[in-house]
Design a protein around this ligand. Structure first.
Ligand SMILES: [Zn+2]
Length: 330
């Protein structure tokens, strides 16, 4: 996709096509930890974990897990754990202000360093992360299901360059979906779950992926969440083709890997994009303006610069507004 940055656009609001699922029946679970359920095949195999509601306003993952529970998914080897993570944030869902239920005190996906988890600080999210830690650290494979503020094709976030990003991308290539795989540079605000411990070690076999299924409340994000989870489960070997294949709903297309080279961080509240921007938009020529920030013009650093998740939704000084990357086939 190549397009010019010409017309400015206000930050839009999006139609809510999804209804939050009723997950109360999963509260008891079977592990002693609320909203955590493990099925054990009784046979050797990997421990596979799928997590929804890392962000309480991202409904597609919760709908996907509810669907798989109701369809009777069971492991044929190893163990399978489903987690609804930030249930307190999800419980605050308000259709008139859906972004408010993203988290209660802080971003649940920035607290996963040992320093933070084993430190003395307290928050709603830290309490839940400390509860879930033993499941995450025991898993061989993790899929963390998310969605995005702005409409965008699905993206598999594989982790950081040299810190597990490449092994996770290799796994996503076996899954054949989604089209776009992202190897990034991590999050300066704190460690994500997919980067924790062995998942961030290129030499360790443990592999974690984060799927961004589309805009938070669009219907297609549910199809992506279900399809991606099914393919993930089959690729780990925990669930077999007989269960997965009849339930697939997305046609794979040739994959592309985007390597993030830099993040564009807002230095002022006057930060604005040079025109209407869309996730995965490609800026054809080096030097073309991408954004303005005070007196500064931020330009494309190279030909075919890919804009990764540009958004004004969380504009604050010091916040990443867009990441810039290079795309390569495969
Ligand atoms: Zn998210």
């Amino acid at each position: 996709m190549t397009s010019s940055l010409s017309s400015p656009s206000p930050s839009p609001t999006y139609r809510i096509e999804l209804t939050p699922p009723d997950i109360l029946s999963y509260e008891a679970g079977n592990t002693g930890t609320p909203y955590v359920t493990t099925f054990d095949s009784g046979k050797p195999g990997p421990h596979v974990l799928v997590q929804a509601l890392t962000h309480g306003n991202e409904l597609c993952g919760a709908i996907a897990l509810d669907y798989l529970f109701r369809e009777g998914v069971r492991p044929v080897a190893g163990r399978l754990t489903f987690i609804f993570a930030n249930i307190e944030a999800f419980a605050s869902w308000d259709t008139s202000n859906p972004n408010r239920s993203r988290y209660v005190d802080e971003d649940f996906n920035r607290v996963w360093s040992d320093e933070t988890l084993k430190g003395t600080r307290h928050s709603t999210e830290l309490r839940r992360a400390r509860e879930l830690l033993k499941f995450v650290d025991a898993a061989d494979f993790v899929l963390d299901i998310h969605s995005m503020s702005e409409p965008c094709a699905p993206i598999m976030v594989c982790g950081a360059t040299g810190q597990g990003g490449e092994k996770s991308a290799a796994f996503a290539r076996k899954m054949k979906v989604p089209q776009n795989l992202l190897i990034d540079t991590g999050h300066p605000a704190g460690l994500r779950m997919i980067e924790r411990g062995a998942f961030g070690d290129p030499q360790a076999p443990q592999t974690a992926l984060l799927i961004e299924c589309g805009q938070h409340w669009e219907r297609s994000s549910v199809d992506v969440a279900i399809d991606t989870t099914l393919r993930f489960l089959q690729t780990t070997g925990v669930v077999d083709a007989a269960f997965v294949e009849p339930r697939l709903r997305v046609q794979p297309t040739a994959q592309t890997t985007i390597n993030v080279t830099q993040a564009v961080v807002a230095k002022s509240l006057s930060f604005r994009f040079a025109g209407s921007v869309k996730g995965l938009q490609v800026i054809a020529k080096a030097g073309e303006p991408i954004a303005y920030d005070g007196d500064e013009v931020i330009v494309a650093p190279y030909d075919h610069t890919v804009l990764v998740m540009p958004s004004l939704a969380h504009l604050k000084v010091g916040t990443t507004m867009v990441r810039l990357g290079r795309a390569t086939p495969g």
